[in-house]
Unconditional design. Sequence first.
Length: 71
Amino acid sequence: MAREHKPKVSGLDEVVANARRQSEERERGYRERALKLYPWICGRCGREFTRANLRELTVHHRNHDHNDNPS
């Protein structure tokens, strides 16, 4: 009887899989969906953001209702 050997998932493959999974989870979040729908401009001061400084932009709910999320 020959046994089939399954190759072990290398540590790097596991890290890549976890990174992809976490990225997909983040994309389902309110902030990421809002950044896809709306321009990267501060509603208060009008400052425009780029990919380099987008982390500085705070996303707020337009009507302050946290249950009202973009679809």
